[in-house]
Design a protein around this ligand. Structure first.
Ligand code: G4P
Length: 531
């Protein structure tokens, strides 16, 4: 198959949601449709979930949360679908943000009872920043949720995107009767079933078809006719270009647990979702169908085997063909690297691959050569842009509890923060280390892993800080400010200075008093990507 044909059949995306909205369940159902899971019973008993393909780490098993990001690949209707899984826990949100840099589109899952939740808003902000096309799946229709029109309003109001209903529910909760597919005028009648793979649709000639009254009853048929008329008037027909430019999000209703509404979601996704797209680098835009291979690391994974230090770096192929054993340029280190055992992922198993194409994610064994954002090419000097660091929300100072193990602690904290588990800011002189995260849990994970993988004992002491801000402006002015605020300046992992503002007020004052300096709460500006 030609490279063009390989690209044209690939769809790489992530399912995102607030924890508990149903991301894992939906992922499982997709795998079921894709034939990756053979028996629906496995889904019903939730075995897949508990031993899901994302549980690489022991700590993850212990906590029963998805700390890691993994990849699942399946074929559906002639397309090759790569789902990049994202951690469900909010403390690992930054992991999710980074995964979003490696996808071409997302499916957002909303719980119809809860509506748009806080984490969803933040995830969508990242999607909006990158203009990633979004399809929304409103889940748990078997429960009494919010009014569907209110849900649409809430989506538009809170997520700053226009919505376009593709299906429409007939009641919810105990009275839930099914959904009407607005685009093709068919009825998908609800049947609580955890085993059914394929949905049978009732094709209606139009909404006046008497079979509608027959199937859902006169009262609900009337309501549906009214709703559909209103929707038609407000939303009209979906314009695919508006979806692809991330201005409009198609919305589906269903129940992942009951395997309901998944087929139309998946079918529409396969038809509409973008194939691998061009990506910006420091020097130019790279098109996927270019002959030469390029790719970047968006995620570094913990040791599969805690006794060994090797890690897995996740590479997104951006252009050309990635080949096993072929030497590639590691641009940041200006060094040739080759991979004897790169692998791809198929649900729970992984397989060594000889080649991979744009949109694919390849797992590379890494002995410490990679950082998040590293670029591989066939020799060209450039870096992929737009893999942001965000200001952490919780800051703690790393205190060494065993001076005999200082080296191990130093190495451990460097490597673990290279993985993107937390941000590390070092103060000079004195080498005080501040670790920043978005959640408390990461400190526990860090402490556990430093002890079990590196034999280093430490403690984290809370520090009162509000934000870490990267600075831009005239060099002399920034330097002067740094001299003046020496006690609040530290260096990030890339050697860039940040201002550690203790409170929001202090940050505002710094801004007011230094109008020539811009303070940024994410590092995206340095990659040249504007928000
Ligand atoms: P997440 O990955 O987004 O965190 O959500 P997950 O799929 O784990 O789903 C969270 C809970 O919601 C699970 O129940 C799951 O069974 C349930 N759920 C998912 N889809 C639906 C749906 O369509 N209808 C209803 N009623 N529930 C749904 P749990 O009790 O937390 O877990 P489990 O004991 O079922 O594994």
């Amino acid at each position: 198959m030609s490279i063009e044909a390989e690209i044209a059949r690939r769809k790489t995306f992530a399912i995102i949601s607030h924890p508990d909205a149903g991301k894992t369940t939906l992922t499982e159902k997709f795998l079921l449709f894709g034939g990756q899971i053979q028996t629906a019973g496995a889904v019903k008993s939730n075995k897949i979930k508990k031993t899901a393909a994302s549980d690489f780490m022991e700590i993850e098993k212990q906590r029963g949360i998805s700390v890691a990001t993994s990849v699942m690949t399946f074929e559906y209707k002639g397309k090759l679908v790569n789902i990049l899984d994202t951690p469900g826990h909010k403390d690992f949100a930054e992991d999710t943000y980074r995964t979003l840099t490696a996808v071409d589109s997302v499916i957002l899952v909303i719980d119809c009872v809860k509506g748009v939740e806080e984490q969803t808003e933040r995830l969508m902000e990242v999607c909006r920043m990158r203009a990633t096309p979004v399809i929304v799946f409103i889940n748990k229709l078997d429960r009494d949720g919010k009014d569907p029109f209110d849900l649409l309003d809430e989506l538009e109001g809170k997520l700053n995107i226009q919505v376009h209903p593709m299906s429409w529910p007939i009641n919810m909760g105990r009275d839930f009767k099914g959904v009407y597919l607005l685009e093709n005028g068919s009825l998908n009648l609800f049947e609580s079933s955890k085993t059914k793979v394929s949905d049978d649709y009732v094709r209606l000639s139009d909404l006046n078809d008497p079979r509608l009254d027959e199937k859902v009853g006169e009262k609900d048929a009337l309501k549906l006719r009214e709703d559909a008329e209103l929707i038609e008037g407000v939303y009209g027909k979906l314009n695919k270009a508006d979806y692809l430019s991330a201005e409009v999000a198609p919305v589906f209703f269903g129940s992942a647990l009951n395997n309901f509404g998944i087929q139309e979601l998946l079918d529409t996704f396969i038809e509409l979702a973008p194939i691998p797209q061009s990506r910006a680098t420091t020097s130019r835009l790279v098109a996927p169908d270019e002959k030469k291979f390029t790719g970047f690391i968006f995620k570094i994974h913990a040791n599969l085997d805690p006794k060994h230090r090797d890690r897995i770096a996740f590479l997104r192929v951006c252009s050309g063909k990635f080949e096993r054993n072929k030497p590639y340029e590691h641009v940041r280190l200006d060094k040739q690297v080759r991979f004897a055992n790169p692998y791809t992922f198929l649900a729970q198993s992984k397989e060594v691959v000889d080649d991979a194409y744009p949109g694919d994610v390849v797992g590379l064994y890494d002995t410490g050569n990679f950082k998040i954002g590293d670029t591989l090419t066939e020799g060209e000097e450039m870096m992929f842009k737009g893999i942001p660091s965000f200001s952490p929300e919780i800051f703690k100072e790393l205190i060494n509890l065993d001076p005999m193990k200082s080296k191990q602690l130093e190495k451990g904290i460097q490597q673990l923060t290279d993985e993107g588990l937390a941000s590390l800011f070092t103060q000079e002189p004195g080498s005080r280390k501040f670790v920043g995260t978005v959640g408390e849990l990461q400190f526990e994970v860090l402490q556990y892993r430093l002890e079990h993988e590196y034999g280093a004992k430490c403690r984290f002491e809370p520090r009162n800080m509000h934000k870490a801000c990267w600075m831009s402006g005239e060099e002399l002015v920034v330097k002067e400010f740094m001299k003046f605020r020496m006690n609040n300046i530290a260096w990030d992992k890339d050697g860039l200075p940040v201002f550690l503002a203790e409170t929001g007020y202090i940050l505002r004052m710094a801004q007011e008093n230094n109008p020539k300096i811009e303070f940024h709460t994410n590092s995206e500006f340095k990659a040249g990507v504007s928000a």
